[in-house]
Design a protein around this ligand. Structure first.
Ligand SMILES: NC(=O)c1ccc[n+]([C@@H]2O[C@H](COP(=O)([O-])OP(=O)(O)OC[C@H]3O[C@@H](n4cnc5c(N)ncnc54)[C@H](O)[C@@H]3O)[C@@H](O)[C@H]2O)c1
Length: 418
């Protein structure tokens, strides 16, 4: 018989719904509880869960109350709410909640001090953890690794990878507010591209932190949403004023890694933007090994639909085709199973197995903390316009307390505005 993990979800917005759709495809998980700041969003998600026989989906008033009734808590609420929620969960554990583990969506923290506090709290409570970085679990990434395993063994691992996540901009106001979210697109999506780049370069069978980060060179820019017309659009739609507290809508950078056994140097380039003017979300990854390569592009689908002008009025929900869709007519790319394509199903399955076995997931919060460190180093590099030496103990110390100017709401000091 399949052992069941009863999950309680904190936050009932966009990503919670995506995970619920993913869980429909995973055996042995139930959504036993939901708690959210807005009761209406919790009730709406609960209805979806019950209608699909995915669990009881009891709505709780708080994460602490829910923690006592479930096997694992999954934190899917905004970035600035995490720490208080973890404190509540830890309190519940101290009072006897028998939790097997706790899951946190990316990013683990808005800065390193916050991420470290999260890790210390759960360790103090003896909780197992899963850091949800879905892109590492993407089937195209896993399959290319398996397919190219013989080449890697005979020719050596990949030497260069390029990773990008891009779309036209987030769907809720808090993402655009750098003080709440942690910054702009580097904090929001750079964490994905940095993680997947590090991972695909890692030699087969080694841990995801085996390769040692040596240096990072990054740049952040405000290219579209700082222009007067688009600033006004942001202000009108979300009440966020980029003339006062701007964040970057574009970032790119290069991280150099060292193989501690062979001494070999390999590189991961990342590019992320909120100003991508194509059909919708695109994840792009490629990698070059000696004599072999791979490429993933999630905008190339085996399914395309065409909607002409005459029929466009009938389109109800463009996002049914693709996350962050920008068009409702023309030739549209459609992904029929985004939760699976983007890796959500496999990361949930991994956390389920790990927690039921009393272990951390493949990516623990310690790993999430390392990603936060690289993101912070990216901001530091962009601010100081220089390459950051990640092997320097003084840099490591500085990163522990560093808060990027953009995150402090002082983006005007480092971003260009018209
Ligand atoms: N892996 C991915 O690709 C991916 C995609 C989207 C979002 N995310 C991450 O998921 C998290 C949530 O993003 P989202 O897009 O679902 O945001 P959202 O704004 O759509 O939803 C947030 C939900 O949390 C609730 N909430 C707000 N404050 C709360 C609190 N204090 N306690 C409990 N609930 C609270 C809101 O009512 C809402 O239901 C973010 O950290 C984001 O970075 C990850």
């Amino acid at each position: 018989m399949t052992q069941v993990l009863k999950i309680g979800i904190v936050g009932a917005g966009f990503v919670a719904k995506f995970h619920a759709r993913a869980m429909l495809q995973v055996r042995g998980v139930e959504i036993a509880g939901i708690t959210s700041r807005t009761a209406t969003s919790a009730e709406a998600l609960a209805r979806f869960v019950r209608a699909n026989s995915l669990g009881e989906a009891r709505v709780y008033r708080s994460a602490g109350e829910m923690a006592a009734q479930v096997d694992a808590v999954a934190i899917f609420s905004p970035n600035d709410t995490r720490l208080a929620i973890v404190e509540e969960i830890v309190e519940a554990v101290k009072k006897g909640a028998a939790l097997k583990g706790v899951i946190c969506e990316k990013p683990l923290g808005r800065n390193l001090a916050e991420a470290r506090r999260m890790v210390d709290l759960v360790k103090g409570a003896g909780l197992k953890t899963a850091y949800f970085e879905n892109q590492i679990f993407m089937k195209p990434i896993k399959v290319q690794l398996a397919q190219l395993a013989p080449q890697q063994l005979s020719m050596g691992p990949l030497v260069l990878t390029r990773s990008a996540e891009e779309h036209g901009g987030p769907h809720e106001g808090w993402f655009w507010d750098p003080t709440r979210q942690g910054g702009g697109v580097l904090s929001d999506m750079g964490c994905h591209s940095i993680a997947v780049g590090w991972y695909v370069l890692t030699p087969l069978g080694k841990s995801p932190t085996f390769l040692q980060p040596v240096s990072i060179n990054a740049e952040c820019a405000l290219l579209k949403w700082g222009l007067p017309r688009w600033r006004k659009a942001l202000l009108d739609k979300y009440g966020v004023d980029y003339s006062k507290t701007p964040a970057e809508d574009f970032t790119t950078g290069m991280i150099t890694f060292r193989n501690p056994e062979s001494g070999q140097i390999v590189k991961a380039q990342f590019t992320d933007s909120w100003m991508f003017e194509k059909q919708g979300l695109r994840l792009f990854m490629d990698g070059m090994g000696p004599g072999y390569a791979f490429e993933v592009n999630t905008l190339s689908s085996s399914l395309q639909v065409f909607i002409g002008d005459a029929a466009a009025e009938a389109v109800a929900d463009a996002e049914q085709a693709l996350e962050k869709s920008t068009a409702t007519r023309g030739l549209l790319a459609v992904q029929h199973n985004e939760p699976d394509l983007y890796g959500y199903t496999d990361e949930i399955e991994d956390a389920r197995k790990a927690f039921l076995a009393g272990k951390d997931a493949f990516l623990s919060w310690d790993y999430g903390l390392e990603i936060t460190k690289l993101v912070m180093a990216g901001y530091l590099s962009s601010e100081e316009r220089r390459s950051i030496d990640l092997t320097d103990p003084a840099v490591q110390k500085k990163l522990e307390t560093y808060i990027p100017l953009i995150q402090q709401g002082k983006g005007k000091e480092v971003l260009h505005l018209l």
